[in-house]
Ligand binder design. Structure first.
Ligand code: SAM
Ligand code: SF4
Length: 392
């Protein structure tokens, strides 16, 4: 699989370039000092990650050409419907971002965590969970397999807040992955000192997935006893300033979340300038203090996606695994048809995957990576979505 389409650079304006994909233009941030007009690039999440020659790009473009226009037509037809709130959000998504859709991979490299978030199955006090850690070499090998054999161009490295991994170890992993492979590497490792994030930026990481979880400071205090709301928000802002693409958001249906808080959650995601909205339904885990709380309905979760799309028409909105978990059959499809335009595939080695139990019965846990990829590709084709970059 190579689920990305290269584009041609048609304008350069300092660090912002315009890239054209079959007539559609998107802006992207560029760090290549020698990039020239007319050259071809891969971009991910609005960042140019790889330059390529015309000789390399043209056969890829040729192989996509016919399919791209077919997909575009399917999307145009499907976005004509504007009866329900979900349809309206889908039409807005189509109007602002066309049929672009990104597919990122996620590698969950440790389920140890020093924190006790009330909602999470990885919390320190959950003694029933079997803990695992991947060593640096194994993280690098898993990432390289995802890049070279499975065709991923954007990867998230995620873990509990696990101080076993020193800044040196994380730097080594990021450097080794990035030295051979031009990808968008996103860190989801919780609250680490800003100096650690600076070092990892230097090593080549360019994205951070760090949710603020709830915009309500009181609810935050209850849900994340070891963490401070203001400090987490400040960290997100500092990381953005440092140059990281920010993936952030909240939990939908967290006990205590009112309608008013939900709207504020969406607004805060927007005002933090999220490069990717990452929010999904809360699913209770039996070995947590919230075991008896109910999960939100699929409609509540879809409603949040649709409202986020209407509040922030140009947002990149991830349809999360939790969404796919509350409706195994159709969660991904419904999310993409209610304003979502991004998906994540779980690339954690199968022997560990079931132990990364933030909530039970996660979608994709028992499905081989190849099958997950095929299912996603089939779904995106049915919905008329193409892997052109979503831009900035
Ligand atoms: N430890 C890091 C952190 O908290 O930022 C990254 C890993 S953490 C498992 C990733 C995300 O999982 C959290 O931001 C949280 O929103 C989500 N999560 C945790 N427990 C969940 C649950 N019961 N249902 C849905 N999502 C959950
Ligand atoms: Fe740890 Fe993150 Fe889970 Fe909180 S949400 S317990 S920080 S893994």
């Amino acid at each position: 699989m190579c689920y990305a389409i290269p584009g041609k650079v048609v304008e350069i304006n300092d660090k912002i370039v315009t890239v054209e994909y079959f007539g559609e233009q998107r802006k992207a941030r560029n760090e290549f000092y020698d990039l020239k007009l007319g050259e071809y690039v891969y971009a991910q999440g609005g960042l140019v990650i790889q330059k390529m020659s015309e000789r390399e790009a043209l056969p890829v473009l040729e192989s996509w050409k016919e399919l791209f226009f077919e997909l575009q037509e399917i999307d145009i037809q499907m976005a004509k419907n504007t009866k329900t709130l979900y349809d309206k959000a889908n039409a807005v998504r189509h109007k602002h971002l066309g049929n672009a859709c990104c597919v990122h991979g996620i590698i969950e490299f440790s389920n140890y965590c020093k924190n006790n978030c009330l909602y999470c199955g990885l919390r320190k006090d959950n003694t029933k969970i079997k803990r695992y850690r991947m060593e640096v070499d194994e993280i690098v090998k898993t990432a390289e397999n995802a890049i070279n054999n499975l065709g991923f161009k954007a990867l998230v490295l995620q873990s509990g807040e696990d101080d076993y991994y020193t800044a040196e170890m994380l730097e080594k992993a990021v450097k080794q992955i990035m030295s051979k492979n031009p990808i968008l590497l996103v860190l989801s490792i919780g609250e680490r000192d800003i100096s650690v994030y600076r070092r990892l930026y230097g090593a080549g990481a360019r994205g951070v997935l760090l949710r603020f979880e709830t915009s309500d400071p009181e609810l935050y205090k209850k849900m994340k006893p070891e963490s401070d709301f203001d400090k987490r928000i400040e960290l997100i802002k500092q990381l953005r300033e440092m140059g990281y693409l920010i993936f952030t958001g909240f939990l939908v249906g967290l006990p205590g979340q009112s309608e008013e808080i939900l709207v504020k959650d969406i607004e805060l995601t927007d005002s933090l300038g999220a490069d990717m909205f990452s929010f999904g339904p809360f699913i209770p885990h039996p070995q947590t203090p919230l075991a008896d709380a109910g999960a939100p309905s699929i409609d509540t979760a879809l409603n949040a996606i649709a409202r986020a799309r209407l509040i922030s028409p140009e947002a990149k909105i991830l349809v999360t695994t939790a969404m796919e978990t509350i409706d195994k059959q159709d969660g991904a499809k419904l999310g993409l048809m209610s304003g979502g335009n991004s998906l994540m595939i779980n690339l954690t080695p199968e022997k560990y995957r079931k132990f990364y139990e933030i909530y039970p019965d996660r979608a994709g846990t028992d499905t081989a990576v190849e099958k997950q990829i095929q299912d996603v590709l089939d779904l995106l084709r049915r919905l008329g979505r193409a892997p052109t970059d979503l831009g900035i």
